[in-house]
Design a protein around this ligand. Structure first.
Ligand code: AMP
Length: 123
């Protein structure tokens, strides 16, 4: 485990059932649940079951099977949410400049409406 991983983060507590969530799906290595503060009609969080801080940590240190299972779950959700054709957005925040709030790697799967332009340069 990365020495900087905080084992008391909210998503670690969701994974060990200390905190409840609305589960959507899971497989051996990944877990999906609803974001508590949805930013779109569809707003699902997908996380690895093992402790990784962010996408860099995950890509660098997870096994090939963990990475495969993670993205398989993402594609299963895209199909089940029926957004393959309509489209969607995937976001992952990392660190201070990325404004990451929960220090367990997660991606946001957003969809169900037109999400507008990706980002604005406001400073
Ligand atoms: P980020 O800024 O990428 O770290 O996003 C963290 C996300 O986790 C936010 O969209 C929050 O709404 C969401 N979140 C925080 N606590 C919970 C929780 N207990 N259950 C579900 N989603 C949560």
């Amino acid at each position: 485990m990365n020495k900087n991983y905080d084992q008391n983060n909210i998503f670690a507590k969701i994974l060990n059932s200390e905190i409840s969530c609305t589960k959507i799906d899971e497989n051996d290595n990944a877990f999906a649940f609803l974001d508590i503060n949805p930013q779109s009609h569809i707003h699902i969080l997908i996380i690895p079951k093992k402790p990784y801080i962010n996408i860099y940590d995950f890509n660098k240190n997870a096994s090939a099977k963990e990475i495969l299972d993670f993205w398989k779950l993402v594609n299963n959700l895209i199909e089940k949410q029926n957004i393959t054709e309509k489209g969607f957005r995937i976001i992952t925040n990392s660190g201070k400049d990325g404004n990451q709030d929960v220090m367990h790697f997660h991606i946001h799967l957003l969809g169900g409406k037109n999400l507008g332009r990706m980002i604005t340069l406001n400073s």
